[in-house]
Design a protein around this ligand. Structure first.
Ligand code: ASP
Ligand code: MG
Length: 405
């Protein structure tokens, strides 16, 4: 059972966590809790370090950031004891959650489940501090923002748990952002693959890496609210008999479009362009290359990249573009990527054309398209984001409960 920052955001809420854990134990389960820092705490800790020095050393940042979870774990263990139960807190290095040495974005290498098993064998609830681990050299590491989800799924995998319950402040995974689309519905079941696509597209309910681990080790995740007993969303490896065509609609306003006009059209130009761009650590998302123009041997290349990187990258992009013979570079920050995700796309024809028709009916122009086996994304002017999301949500029948096969 993993509880996020808002679920442990106050002493009252921590008591609620303790009661839930005890109820689960009473129902016959061995219970491992994974806790995040109290809400706002990680930001507060990181800002303390930033007040001391503009570029804090990564190793010390992790020592500081990891304390948020240390406090939550001990408070939660105390709360269980106060309710008359037995509990013990375990920090990353005590469990032994071994990670690589990439401070602030460490990856888990292995988990030794012995200490947790011994705790459970004594009838105690193990309360594991999320987000943190230890590297080979004994240094404290953290797993990146939102990393407690990954801690939870990895511990669940190491223990062979029946389920990893992720308790949060929303009641599950939604068909789209309810703030944008009032008819958004909670999804009862979704596959790992669909969840992975939705998380990559910006659905923030689970850290992407937690879904990757869940898929690899086949750990079912139950995303649910800590404020009621209502069931949330099951994320599993099972596919329904008849996979829904579209499970969710996502949008992302964080990317900008870069248009290189009239680059040379000959072998090796794209390789050159994107090698140079990768060297600058710019992560490119959509890429479109036009067919050759009949005039001269030139073509246009368009790609999208994070808006936040655009300012620093402009001079470099222009230099790279010039070396590839580009006549002009144009930028557009007023774009948004709107995507539909669903396993059923694998077997249903006409999903893409339906998406394009729905957008066309609203007079929305498509600037770029990219697809994967279970996802179609369209780049549109950002002013149309909300309209596009609502239109697709309605058009693909997500506003009503899916018809069960
Ligand atoms: N406390 C960490 C964060 O705020 C990890 C987590 O909550 O999952 O990112
Ligand atoms: Mg989170």
């Amino acid at each position: 059972m993993k509880f996020g920052g808002t679920s442990v955001g106050s002493i009252d809420r921590i008591r609620n966590v303790a009661r839930r854990a005890l109820a689960a134990q009473k129902a016959g389960n061995d219970v491992v809790l994974i806790v995040s820092a109290m809400s706002g705490e990680t930001n507060r800790l990181l800002s303390l370090a930033n007040q001391v020095t503009a570029v804090p050393h990564a190793r010390e940042m992790d020592v500081i950031a990891a304390t948020g979870e240390q406090v939550s774990a001990a408070l939660t263990a105390l709360a269980v004891q106060h309710e008359g139960g037995k509990a013990r807190s375990l920090l990353g290095h005590q469990v032994r959650i071994l990670t690589d040495a990439a401070f602030s974005k460490a990856r888990i290498r292995s988990i030794d489940a012995t200490a947790i098993r011994e705790t459970l064998a004594k009838g105690e609830i193990a309360v594991v501090a999320g987000f943190q681990g230890v590297d080979d050299g004994g240094n404290i590491t953290t797993l990146g923002r939102g990393g407690s989800d990954t801690s939870a799924v990895a511990v669940a995998a190491a223990l062979g748990a029946n389920v990893c319950e992720i308790y949060t402040d929303v009641d599950g995974v939604y068909t789209t952002d309810p703030n944008v689309c009032p008819t958004a519905r909670k999804i009862d079941r979704i596959s790992f693959e669909e969840m992975l696509e939705l998380a990559s597209l910006g659905a923030k309910v689970l850290q992407i890496r937690s879904v990757e681990i869940a898929m690899k080790y086949n750990v079912p995740i139950h995303v649910r609210t800590s404020f009621s007993d209502a069931p949330g969303t099951m994320v599993t490896g099972e596919e329904g008999l008849e996979a829904v065509t579209v499970a969710g609609v996502a949008y992302d306003k964080a990317e900008a479009r870069v248009h290189l006009v009239g680059v040379e059209d000959k072998p090796g130009v794209s390789a050159f362009l994107f090698e140079k761009i990768a060297e600058q650590n710019i992560s490119v998302d959509m890429i479109i290359q036009n067919v050759s123009r009949s005039d001269a041997n030139r073509t246009d290349v368009t790609f999208t990249m994070p808006k936040t990187d655009l300012e620093r990258s402009r001079p470099i992009i222009e230099e790279i573009a010039a070396s590839a013979g580009a006549q002009e570079v144009r930028y557009d920050e007023d774009v948004a990527k709107v995507s539909i995700v669903g396993l059923g796309m694998r077997t249903h024809a006409g999903v893409a054309s339906k998406m394009f028709r729905l957008l066309a009916n609203e007079g929305i122009n498509i600037q770029a398209i990219s697809t994967s086996e279970i996802k179609i994304s369209c780049l549109v002017a950002s002013k149309y984001t909300e309209l596009a999301v609502r239109t697709l949500h309605e058009g693909f029948g997500l506003s009503q409960a899916p018809v069960k096969a």
